[in-house]
Design a protein around this ligand. Structure first.
Ligand SMILES: [Ca+2]
Ligand SMILES: [Ca+2]
Ligand SMILES: [Ca+2]
Ligand SMILES: [Ca+2]
Length: 403
């Protein structure tokens, strides 16, 4: 959010060609205003003269203005007319979304299909060219607009090469790469057994018993509201016998010290190093977790404090630091294959969707719940059984900001 002014600055820099049009419009307005002012001045003079007949002469001057309008109609005879239909001005899209550019074109002397029309992006160049349909409608489905502000020009030319154009601005927002963990950790902090690997990922545990590791951004909080977060996970090599799994967490800790305290108290083994609520602790504020669980826990009131809903590997949305609170869950085929898997979490209002390797695996509302935001991070744990637990390439879309 702090970079927002820069984006607006970039917008101003990126769209200089909009200025002449605006100026032209302003000039036109000024000219109109001048006309009105002149009329007013004349009226004042007339009032001063107290000569109503002269005021009637001013009406004749107004007729001259009407004659000017006729001149404008003459100009229309020489060129096509274009107008935007969709999308609306300053529409913002997510990268990869398809937007249908739609305009209309007409010409007093030619049929619509005799016109040549095109869409061109100031950022990306020519997008499409063609002709309107018999109704004068011209559209193009743009699926490959790159991130940034596009000032898109709709142009129509008639066979005499007389052209008209109109602009519309469309923003395409980027995923803001929170961290690929390739080079440095920036605002991210390693806790407990987590370690950065020079190959470009975070190893949360290593394939070692009774490990517990976390990595969190203790500087920037994720904003409340709709979000989309993508990251990659890898666990193995002990397929089947491996344990315990990992989780992505966004927790409403009050400050970095509070966060560190919560993480230090979180349980290893079945707690997946995010267990600090429910049977695992006293945390009573908001946290959202996506866990990838590779070990079935059964509550024994001692070493295991919750019961998993399935003996299978599972992916689940849990809340408030409680690994026993499986709000949304589904079994998945074993994920302990030492391969990278893509996880995408999307929150829209109370609707939470989780996509694993491109397939939606969880999709449902969470009743009486809204996303509160907080510090984002990852955790993983082992117990008597173990696996490596690796994460990398986090992309975060707390707000769809146009770069
Ligand atoms: Ca990486
Ligand atoms: Ca397992
Ligand atoms: Ca478990
Ligand atoms: Ca679980």
């Amino acid at each position: 959010m702090r970079t927002l002014p820069l984006f607006f600055l970039m917008l101003l820099i990126a769209c200089p060609s909009s200025r002449p049009d605006d100026d032209d419009a302003a000039d036109d307005d000024a000219a109109d205003d001048d006309d009105v002012a002149d009329d007013d001045d004349a009226a004042d003079d007339d009032d001063a003269a107290d000569d109503d007949d002269v005021v009637d002469d001013d009406d004749a001057v107004d007729d001259d203005d009407a004659a000017d309008d006729d001149d404008a109609v003459d100009d229309d005879d020489a060129t096509p007319e274009v107008a935007w239909v969709a999308p609306s001005e300053s529409t913002i899209l997510e990268w990869g979304d398809t937007v249908v550019l739609r305009g209309s074109a007409s010409d007093p002397s030619y049929g619509p299909t005799e016109l040549s029309t095109s869409f061109e992006s100031g950022l990306q160049g020519a997008l499409d060219s063609g002709s309107p349909d018999i109704n004068g409608e011209y559209s193009y489905s743009a699926a490959t607009l790159q991130p940034g502000w596009h000032q898109i020009t709709l142009e129509a030319c008639n066979p005499d090469n007389a052209c008209a154009s109109a602009q519309r601005t469309v923003g395409v927002c980027d995923w803001s790469a929170s961290n690929a963990f390739d080079a440095d950790l920036a605002n991210w902090t390693l806790y407990s057994d987590a370690a950065w690997d020079p190959s470009g990922f975070i190893e949360l545990t290593g394939n070692v018993q009774n490990r517990r590791g976390q990595v969190f951004n203790a500087v920037d909080r994720v904003n409340p509201g709709d979000i989309a977060i993508r990251f990659y996970i890898q666990t193995g090599p002990n397929s089947g016998t491996g344990a315990d799994g990992f989780a992505m967490t966004i927790v409403d800790a009050s400050d970095p010290t509070d966060l560190e305290t919560l993480l230090a108290a979180s349980a290893d083994g079945g707690g997946l190093a995010y267990g600090f609520g429910g049977a695992y602790g006293s945390f009573v504020r908001d946290a959202l977790h996506v866990e990838i669980d590779t070990w079935e826990n059964i509550d024994n009131g001692n070493t295991e404090l919750h019961t998993d809903p399935t003996p299978e590997n599972h992916i689940a949305v849990t809340l408030d630091g409680d690994p026993g609170n499986h709000i949304l869950w589904t079994p998945i085929p074993t994920i302990e294959d030492s391969l990278w898997h893509e996880v995408l979490l999307e929150v829209q209002g109370s609707q939470v969707t989780v996509t694993l390797d491109g397939a939606v695996v969880l999709d449902g509302p969470i009743s009486n719940w809204t996303f509160r935001g907080g510090y984002i991070g990852f955790s993983g744990s082992t117990g008597y059984y173990s696996n490596n637990h690796r994460i990398q390439d986090l992309e975060l879309l707390p707000d769809c900001l146009v770069p």
